[in-house]
Ligand binder design. Structure first.
Ligand SMILES: [Fe+2]
Ligand SMILES: [Fe+2]
Length: 375
């Protein structure tokens, strides 16, 4: 059996030194290439046979929206004021239970916490933007590699969706926020791993199930928390698309995984675990601590013991775990992944609704269109 060292480059999941040793070494890089030798696959079977994917494709065609005209870009965004509101509402970052005595944060006042709030937002939205570009590349890849015509059709609509998502986050960062961050190294490694794998179903597993599953939960959380109307609306629109994308992963892999052997499934389970750890590591936001001039190790140590932060990180897995269960990934091979998700503290979401079931409910764009047609 593959060891943790081989999967995630360390034996102990919470090995802080090892986590922090993964950092972006070239912040000025402009072009980043990933080698892969995936086959571009034609299919001569044009028969439409996969009903769930046909339905999804029809929905995608009528749920397109336009970044330029469907959002109110005249909205004024005062990032500092918003950060200050959070600080005053005692939502600066750490939960109250964390003792900050003797830590770099002991002397932090309102000014530092507001600055940190602004930097965190710049960081988070930058990571969303980079992740969206990852989705754009992965889905373009799926158009080429998946052997089913219905999946090629659907994936083509997702490519357009992802271009729109990169566009919307880039525009928001440029016009409303105050700075960009380069890609977080853990996220970068994960995207490289996904794109470097030549098997078409691995692209789906890494992107549609893991990265987009996490994004859907993260967007949902931020959508609830933010009082900024433009961000709220754009997140709601992105989520409408994202739910379809995750459903695309679930509905496609469900069929394919039924035919896989235990050994083949184990490879998928291991890949899922690796992706889960990388995504959790990324949310330690090491780059923000660095920019704030505090010792990164001291800061991350506190993040890792803060129960409130842990809860937030765990909720990010609330879409991933039920979807993995539906795909048989939790329980094959004597529950290999179930055990890993238990160690990561996220198994409690296994019976939450899976995205194959709920995507239509999240379709805000169609609801808006219908309301506009009635009015
Ligand atoms: Fe997206
Ligand atoms: Fe997506």
């Amino acid at each position: 059996m593959t060891t943790n060292m081989e999967l995630i480059g360390r034996d102990e999941i919470n090995d802080l030194e090892a986590i922090l040793s993964v950092c972006n070494t070239d912040a000025n890089e402009i072009v980043h290439a990933v080698k892969s030798n995936a086959d571009a696959v034609f299919t001569w079977d044009y028969e439409r046979s996969r009903t769930p994917l046909i339905k999804l494709y029809e929905k995608a065609k009528t749920s397109q929206w336009n970044v330029t005209t469907d959002l109110d870009w005249s909205t004024e965004v005062d990032q500092v004021k918003l950060a200050l509101e959070n600080v005053q509402a005692d939502q600066a970052f750490f939960s109250e239970a964390v003792d900050l005595t003797g830590t770099p944060f002991e002397k932090w006042g309102e000014k530092q916490w507001v600055e940190f709030g602004v930097e965190s937002q710049n960081w988070l939205l930058s990571q969303f933007m980079h992740g969206e570009q990852g989705a754009l590349l992965c889905t373009a890849r799926i158009v080429e590699t998946v052997p089913w015509i219905d999946a090629k059709y659907y994936a083509a609509t997702q490519v357009m969706d992802e271009a729109r998502h990169v566009e919307v986050f880039a525009k928001y960062l440029d016009e409303k926020l105050s700075g960009h961050y380069p890609i977080n190294a853990h996220l970068g490694l994960l995207l490289d791993d996904i794109l470097g794998d030549s098997r078409w179903d691995m692209t789906y597993l890494g992107m549609q199930i893991m990265v987009e599953g996490l994004a859907l939960a993260a967007f949902g959380f931020l959508h609830q928390m933010t009082s900024e109307p433009l961000l709220k609306q754009l997140l709601r629109y992105v989520m409408s698309d994202e739910a379809r994308h995750v459903a695309f992963g679930v509905l496609s892999l469900q069929e394919y995984y039924k035919e896989l052997t235990d050994a083949e499934m184990l490879e998928r389970q291991e890949f899922t675990f690796e992706a889960a750890v990388r995504m959790r590591d990324r949310f330690l936001q090491q780059e923000v601590w660095e920019r704030m001039g505090v010792d990164v190790k001291d800061a991350v140590k506190l993040v890792m013991v803060d129960e409130g932060r842990k809860e937030f990180q765990n909720i990010l897995f609330s879409k991933i775990v039920p979807n993995c269960k539906k795909l048989g990934l939790l329980d094959r091979n004597k529950g290999w992944l179930r055990q890993r998700f238990t160690e990561l503290g996220v198994i409690q979401f296994e019976d939450w609704v899976d995205t194959g079931e709920e995507y239509a409910m999240l379709d805000e764009v169609s609801k808006d269109r219908e309301a506009a047609a009635v009015a």
